[in-house]
Ligand binder design. Structure first.
Ligand code: ADP
Ligand code: MG
Length: 493
């Protein structure tokens, strides 16, 4: 029996604002407990919420980026439940009238079918995205027989982004999650820090027999804070549900938690229905009115989006799709690329791409640095590339110089020239010295020479290699190639 998996994701993205969504308290992460909770966050009697304009503008920007409808009028509601980390006894959220409705996110899913990589595109429809406040935190670690409550997080603005049940595998869910993550970071509306909880998912998962029209009963796995946990939790849950049904059981609609140590989901509570929350419009807050002028004002901050930029990169710089992808993983990386290209000329755009995807990215990965923390600046890389292009140094020496600048964390823009001059990295391009060295290489490698003369082409490369070694990489490989061909052709006569 074949099964089909159905997944809908709810994502909570903390919006990066200086102050909270309904109070003036700071949102800075890692302050001492309760140092950033004011009267509104503590729910002291008489304290009134006021909506943070910037949080609304972040939501509008998101709506524009995904081609959604931005509601001219939306309403904040109270969602009632009791939990110690929410002193009001309710959470301010949006219910019937969310600020964002509809919209699309296009994902690219990579699957390894029978070890053959395959990529397909799919668009995931969003139901809505609404504004709400985050809850505080219960602290269990530092207390015995007691629980501490930290309300610093209470009131941090959240955008809850809800998809249609459009995803059909854990791979699709992860692809969506990653795309959404890079989009909110790209838009600069969320810092995307998953360890700090700035971006977390609830996964709704159900299964049905292939061909069935109706969806199966779903469970909701709460608070997944990494792509890996999202994938593992879905995979586990899918197996659990299928096994359950095959053994004659039924799936109950419930909330589950993923235990990453045991690699399994566990029942947490029966799922509440909306009516359990007694949603009602918050009488302390006026409806959120967003007119066209406001939307147009926000639209001016909409950056070129990743897909559009990828498309432009492939055309403008003649790059391959995967190169454009790699260069647009973040706005800062793409900006670095265009800065280097503007200095070395568009004819060398491909070469810049290779340097960034190879050298730069692997150095960043190795040292776990972001592009903002790079130890070789765009100016410095541009000069290395210019010196390779103008023949001063070889590609190999360029790499060595890149490594030196990286290790020095040099701050001078002309570091490449400084290092070339100090270490005699310049290429030997004076023909007579090259020829002299080449003669020695030929004389000391008779085996290679004979092999080449008897038609074995790889022997030629071996000789070039010997030459580069003899000159410590300072010879110009192209020049060596020509000279060597010349000399060998005389040998054969
Ligand atoms: P609630 O408000 O109770 O969480 P919603 O109807 O808003 O319920 O749906 C929440 C999420 O669950 C959405 O992302 C939706 O796509 C998803 N979903 C709904 N039904 C199913 C189902 N049968 N299987 C998987 N996901 C589902
Ligand atoms: Mg929900």
């Amino acid at each position: 029996m074949d099964w089909e998996v159905v997944i809908g994701l709810e994502t909570h993205a903390q919006l990066s604002t200086k102050s909270k969504i309904f109070s003036g308290a700071s949102t800075q992460f890692s302050a001492a407990p309760n140092m950033q909770a004011c009267a509104v966050d503590l729910a002291l009697p008489g304290a009134l919420p006021v909506t943070n304009r910037v949080a609304v503008e972040r939501a509008i920007l998101f709506g524009l980026a995904i081609n959604a409808t931005i509601a001219p009028r939306s309403v904040f509601s109270r969602k009632h439940y009791f939990y110690p980390d929410s002193p009001k006894g309710y959470q301010i959220s949006q219910y019937e009238l969310p600020v964002i409705r509809g919209g699309l996110i296009i994902i690219r899913v990579e699957v390894n079918e029978k070890s053959r990589p395959n990529v397909y595109k799919k668009s995931i429809k969003l139901i809505r995205a609404h504004l709400e406040e985050d809850a505080g935190k219960s602290l269990h670690k530092d207390f015995t027989g007691m629980t501490g409550i930290d309300l610093n997080r209470a009131g941090i603005p959240l955008l809850e982004i809800v998809t249609e049940p459009d995803m059909r595998s854990a791979a699709e869910a992860v692809a969506y999650a990653k795309t959404l993550h890079s989009l909110v970071v790209w838009l600069n509306i969320c810092d995307g820090n998953m360890q700090e909880g700035s971006f977390r998912f609830d996964a709704n998962v159900s299964v049905r027999r292939l061909g069935d029209q109706a969806f199966g009963t779903r469970t909701e796995i709460k608070n997944l804070n990494s792509f890996r946990f999202l994938e593992e939790a879905i995979q586990y849950e899918v197996c659990r549900q299928i096994r359950l049904i095959q053994n004659g059981g039924i799936v109950v609609q419930e909330t589950r938690l993923y235990d990453s140590n045991r690699g399994e989901t566990q029942a947490m509570r029966h799922k509440e229905d909306a009516h359990d929350y007694r949603y009602l419009p918050d009488p302390d807050l006026i409806p959120l009115i967003i007119n066209k002028d406001w939307v147009d004002k926000v639209r001016r901050f909409l950056p070129e989006l990743p897909d559009a930029m990828r498309c432009r990169f492939t055309k403008q710089y003649s790059l391959l799709r995967h190169e454009a992808d790699a260069l647009t993983t973040s706005q800062a990386f793409a900006e670095y690329y265009e800065q280097v290209v503007s200095k070395v000329g568009i004819t060398n755009a491909k070469m810049v791409a290779n340097w960034m995807i190879g050298g730069l990215a692997s150095h960043l990965n190795r040292d776990r640095l972001s592009i903002g923390e790079t130890r070789v600046s765009a100016e410095q890389l541009a000069l290395i590339i210019l010196r390779i292009v103008d023949g001063t140094i070889s590609n190999k020496i360029g790499k060595e110089i890149f490594g030196i600048i990286w290790d020095e964390n040099a701050s001078d823009n002309t570091a490449a020239d400084r290092i070339i001059n100090s270490k005699r990295f310049k290429q030997i391009s004076d023909i007579s010295s090259l020829e002299a060295i080449l003669d020695t290489v030929i004389a000391t490698n008779p085996k290679c020479v004979n092999e080449y003369l008897s038609g074995k082409n790889h022997a030629f490369n071996a000789l070039v290699g010997q030459m580069m070694k003899a000159t410590q990489g300072q010879a110009n490989p192209q020049q060596v190639n020509e000279l060597l061909k010349n000399k060998l052709s005389k040998h054969s006569k």
